[in-house]
Ligand binder design. Sequence first.
Ligand SMILES: Nc1nc2c(ncn2[C@@H]2O[C@H](COP(=O)(O)OP(=O)(O)OP(=O)(O)O)[C@@H](O)[C@H]2O)c(=O)[nH]1
Ligand SMILES: [Mg+2]
Length: 246
Amino acid sequence: MSSSPRVSTPSPKPAPATPAAVTPMGWMHTARFLTTAAQLHHLPAMDTPEIAFVGRSNAGKSTCINTLTQKKQLAFASKKPGRTQHINLFALGKQGITDAVLADLPGYGYAAVAKMDKLRWQQVMANYLVSRENLKGIVMMCDPRHGLTELDDILLEVIRPRVEEGLKFLIILTKADKLTRAEQAKALSIARLQAGGGEVKLFSALKKQGVDEVAKLLWDWTHSADGLEAAAPAEPPEDEPEALDE
Ligand SMILES: Nc1nc2c(ncn2[C@@H]2O[C@H](COP(=O)(O)OP(=O)(O)OP(=O)(O)O)[C@@H](O)[C@H]2O)c(=O)[nH]1
Ligand SMILES: [Mg+2]
């Protein structure tokens, strides 16, 4: 468990689940960099609900965070696998009041990483997922062209006890723009079987597919007691797709 001082962010007033002016996308746009840590005990302990983005290297975790928050360079995204090497935290919340945190984690499975570094990182990540007290949900990013890999399965095993205790869990099938409609439908049904009852969503940063849906789900996870009832208003359509470098 972390020995660093507990960061207590002011709690928002208990108010209606979704104040009229706040939509999940508007909320996402409030994202700002909070802190970065190479090791677990360097992360500040926090009271606010945290959502971790995990998955294989190059799956699109950082790009997904940038797309959801509409901030192109908030998280470091790159063609080169292994771009994210720290746990990076981003705060969400209107008027500077943090009501949720997004955690961008380094990817796993990148062959060019030295074995000792891989082992060290696997340990840091397992400890994070098992012991981070304010962790409310996990988003697992998966490139559907590769499917869930052995390392994804190991991670699923690590988090299973917490998911059974109520931790929220979502599989995002990334880079959906690279699949035909038929391939998307097939990938969705395979992943649903593998998700064991967890949610699965298709996502494309390029086409802005799935953005509103994921934003709403993360809002629900962090703004209702059981993650089911915070009825957030619908979003207007997003703007033009941006060019991605892959
Ligand atoms: N076509 C397409 N490319 C994408 C999409 N999302 C991410 N990419 C590309 O995939 C590559 C990897 O994206 P990142 O967001 O850096 O991946 P990551 O999972 O954070 O990678 P690590 O930090 O190494 O773990 C980049 O070249 C992105 O532009 C998408 O939805 N569509
Ligand atoms: Mg990354």
